[in-house]
Every structure is written in structure tokens, then in C-alpha cells.
Design a protein around this ligand. Structure first.
Ligand code: EPU
Length: 338
């Protein structure tokens, strides 16, 4: 196994932030991961995957293990369904394109989300009315402590909105090595209820969409709103949409009747953080090279040479202002390395 020294992480985080890994090792198999975790010479280890939900604010003084384990395997199938096991290092969007080529449905609404498959369960990624948990069967993860492989069912993962066991009790203890999905081969469960998808399909004159049509519509919508990390560094939504209790929501909406919101349950109301941030005047603003995207205020961007610290300062400025105006605390969904 090759250990490299002082490697730039600029191309390993979609924010495009310059930071160094003191030691760096590419992990291409589950066995290699096991061996690397047993290296006593480097007691501090840092797990890096697609780097799409990461803000690095300093050099990483550890052995960075870059999870790049590839492979897809059909575990079971019948006429209607397929159980597909995908290794952690498979690029999420490429995996979806492959599924569409095979005629497997279920993941199409989550097309073009940056990152790798192995990290998708950690924050239960989601977009346009579908979340990872909707097609998830189980995942395998390596216990960092004893390098055993454990299987986690959907219940074990305790998925929530941008949340899971791996962000809470299991934090820092496991590395997901594969994810198994249950996908449809026919009678696809098409989800076009999200306003933007309906609008896009209509615009394209598509009445009976296929899973590929939905994927294409999502790609078009995302490209129009969300910056391409290859051209403008970003990590998607920087903040989560705050969820208010009914009591909190009543106070909020009485003071701000013009606000956007969605009712999640009888006692949960989601307010779009993008709306709050835009109302506070941040949309399209730039402070040096750290900025807020011009088309979606939930996305912070690196215009070139922003440091992680500068992006973090901007995030703090936004959090403070939103609290000052709306008395709502918004929290980052991005993993911040301080
Ligand atoms: N809005 C504004 N101004 C903005 C942005 C949004 O007023 O600058 C309003 C919109 O007009 C709309 C509402 O906020 O009424 C919601 O906007 P949008 O549909 O763009 O979705 P979002 O809630 O801002 C979430 C996810 C995105 C996902 C989209 C579509 C979170 C934190 N973000 O954004 O996920 O693509 O829905 O499903 O839940 C990501 O997690 O990285 C991500 C991009």
C-alpha cells in the first residue's frame, strides 16, 4: 500500500479548498481498508470519500484514507425487482446512469447529486421528493475499532431528514463499504410530484415520463439552479432547512406571514433556509472569494481562492443574521473540519 506525503486535497473536496493531507493513501478494496486501519505508525486517521459534503478549514495532520472501492453486484432479482449492491467508491451519479441503462428505477430523482455511494446513507441524501432511504435495503460498514464488517438494516440506520445513525450514535465509528438498494425493473414508482419536476416535464412536452425522462428533468433543474462544482466550488446545500414545532411555527408565521413553508407532520413545519437567507440579503453576495450562489441562497461557493475559514466565517455571518431577523437558528448540513 502506497502512502504519500503532503498531498493537496484541492481536487478531493468539491469546495476546491486548498489544504494538505500530511499522509494520504488510496483505498481500493475492503481488505486494503482493514490493513490501513491497522497501521500503528499513523495513529490519526481521516476518512475521505467523494469530498462533496465537506468543508476543510485547515491542513489535515493525519493519514487520510481515500475510499475508492469500486464494484456493483446483483444479489437477487425477479421480474419486478433487483437487489443491487454498490461498493462505497462508486460515483453516485454514474451509478444512477448505469441503473437507468439497465432499466432499474428508484434513484432517478436523486440524479446529479455529487459524491460517492458510500457516503449517501450518512446524511440520507435526497432531492425532488425522494430520499436515499426510500430504496435502501442495507449497508455494510467496517467497525473502525476492530475492523469487523457489520450489516446495518434500514431500521438500524435510523434515517431522518439529512440524518442517520452514522451522524449520531455511530459517528466516527464506522466506514460504510457498500450499500444495497432495492430497485424496480417494471411498474416504476415514478415521483413527479415535486413542482419543479412537473414544470420541467411539461416544458419538454412529456406526458408519460420514463425513469430516464425524470432523471433528465432533474439534471436540467439542478444545472439551472445549482453550480457545477467543477466550475464553481461548492458543496450543495450548506445548511439544512430548519424544522419548527407547531408552537415555534405559529410565532414565526404570525410575525412573517409572507414566509414560505411546508408542513411535514402535524407538529413539524419546514421553512426553506434558502428563502430565509435570500430575505436577509445574502443571495449572490461575495466577500472576497467566499460567496452565496446567485441562483440558490442555500449554496455557499468558492469563487477561486477562498479558504475554508473564509467560507466558515461567511456561514457564521449568515447564521447570526438569520437569527437576528427571524429568531431561527439554521445549522450546517456540511461536515466542517475545524
Ligand atoms: N428559495 C428561495 N430563495 C433561494 C432558494 C430557495 O426563496 O435562494 C425558496 C424556493 O423558491 C422554494 C423553496 O425555497 O420555495 C425551496 O427551494 P428548493 O426547491 O430549491 O429546495 P431547497 O429546500 O432549497 C432542498 C435540498 C436540496 C435539493 C432540493 C430539491 C436541503 C438542505 N436541500 O433544497 O438538496 O436538491 O431541496 O429537492 O434539504 C443538498 O442537500 O445539497 C441539496 C442540493
Amino acid at each position: 500500500m502506497k502512502i504519500q506525503k503532503n498531498i493537496s486535497l484541492k481536487d478531493h473536496n468539491t469546495f476546491g479548498i486548498e489544504a494538505l493531507a500530511k499522509y494520504f493513501c488510496e483505498i481500493k478494496s475492503v481488505n486494503a481498508l482493514k490493513n490501513a486501519l491497522q497501521f500503528d505508525d499513523y495513529p490519526n486517521k481521516f476518512i475521505l470519500s467523494g469530498g462533496s459534503n465537506l468543508l476543510i478549514t485547515k491542513d489535515i495532520d493525519a493519514l487520510v484514507l481515500h475510499i475508492n472501492i469500486k464494484g456493483k453486484d446483483i444479489l437477487e432479482e425477479d421480474n419486478e425487482y433487483v437487489l443491487l449492491k454498490v461498493m462505497a467508491g462508486e460515483i453516485w451519479h454514474d451509478m444512477i446512469l448505469w441503473c437507468l441503462d439497465q432499466g432499474y428505477g428508484g434513484l432517478e430523482n436523486m440524479s446529479l447529486i455529487p459524491g460517492n455511494t458510500g457516503t449517501a446513507p450518512i446524511q440520507n441524501i435526497g432531492a425532488y421528493g425522494v430520499e436515499l432511504k426510500d430504496n435502501f435495503v442495507s449497508c455494510e460498514a467496517m467497525n473502525i475499532e476492530d475492523q469487523s464488517i457489520q450489516t446495518f438494516t434500514k431500521d438500524d440506520c435510523n434515517f431522518g431528514y439529512r440524518d442517520s445513525f452514522f451522524k449520531n450514535e455511530g459517528k466516527g465509528q464506522y466506514i460504510i463499504t457498500s450499500v444495497t438498494f432495492r430497485l424496480t425493473k417494471e411498474n416504476h414508482n415514478l415521483n413527479t410530484s415535486y413542482g419543479a419536476i412537473e414544470g420541467e416535464l411539461k416544458k419538454q412536452g412529456i406526458v408519460k415520463p420514463s425513469i430516464k425522462d425524470i432523471s433528465n428533468a432533474v439534471v436540467t433543474i439542478r444545472q439551472s439552479k445549482l453550480p457545477d462544482p467543477k466550475k464553481l466550488g461548492n458543496s450543495g446545500s450548506f445548511f439544512k432547512n430548519p424544522v419548527l414545532t407547531k408552537l415555534e411555527f405559529n410565532t414565526f408565521i404570525t410575525a412573517h406571514p409572507e414566509a414560505r413553508y411546508y408542513k411535514v407532520t402535524d407538529d413539524q413545519y419546514k421553512v426553506p433556509a434558502g428563502w430565509l437567507i435570500e430575505q436577509c440579503g445574502f443571495k449572490g453576495k461575495r466577500y472576497g472569494d467566499a460567496g452565496v450562489h446567485k441562483n440558490q441562497a442555500l449554496v455557499l461557493v468558492n469563487h477561486g481562492k477562498a479558504t475554508g475559514k473564509e467560507i466558515l466565517d461567511l456561514a457564521k455571518r449568515i447564521i447570526d443574521k438569520v437569527f437576528e431577523v427571524y429568531k431561527i437558528t439554521i445549522t450546517p448540513e456540511v461536515n466542517i473540519i475545524k
